[in-house]
Design a protein around this ligand. Structure first.
Ligand SMILES: CC(C)(COP(=O)(O)OP(=O)(O)OC[C@H]1O[C@@H](n2cnc3c(N)ncnc32)[C@H](O)[C@@H]1OP(=O)(O)O)[C@@H](O)C(=O)NCCC(=O)NCCS
Length: 143
């Protein structure tokens, strides 16, 4: 089940976040959660938060800021469901589309975005640690 996140979910979200490469600190996560322009959604299995997505609403474009799934629950379609939910949530707003940056070697994430209709449109060189580049992806409304 997917629902809007509450502040009381932040500990669970942070626990998932620390299982990722380059995790956010709790402080950054909390500040982002409290930003009025972000929306957080969580995926629950048996009342346990096992995944989350954060989206930043920049008026005409929605940025997927972060998405992560508990390592024990990966490859079950949970991230894909969260992305689709985020797309659906904003689809009737007056937006150009959805965008994100993904590390060039993050194959599972790239797969998730491609499955949801995102296309690579550019590169930001050396955007991440270890000289890894970011792939910029977009999904325009109507595509
Ligand atoms: C990226 C992430 C959110 C995906 O979550 P998930 O719930 O496992 O994703 P899904 O199950 O919806 O889809 C994963 C897809 O990647 C595929 N995949 C998994 N490992 C892969 C690999 N090494 N190479 C290519 N594809 C891979 C899976 O087969 C699946 O595709 P399929 O449904 O066509 O079989 C999860 O791996 C994660 O939390 N990673 C750490 C955080 C992160 O990197 N976030 C992205 C920031 S941009």
């Amino acid at each position: 089940m997917i629902r809007e996140a509450r502040e009381s979910d932040l500990d669970d979200i942070f626990e998932i976040e620390v299982g990722t490469i380059d995790p956010w600190t709790f402080g950054i996560l909390e500040a982002d959660f409290k930003n009025e322009s972000t929306n957080y959604f969580v995926y629950e299995v048996d009342n346990k938060v096992v995944g989350y997505i954060s989206l930043l609403n920049l008026a005409s474009e929605i940025h997927i800021n972060n998405i992560a799934v508990d390592i024990d629950y990966r490859n079950k379609g949970i991230a894909t469901s969260l992305v689709e939910y985020g797309i659906e949530y904003f689809k009737d707003k007056d937006i150009l589309g959805y965008t994100l940056e993904v590390r060039e070697d993050n194959y599972p994430a790239i797969k998730v975005y491609e499955k949801s209709g995102f296309k690579a449109v550019g590169i930001r060189k050396n955007y991440y640690s270890n000289n890894k580049s970011a792939i910029i992806m977009w999904k325009y409304i109507g595509e």
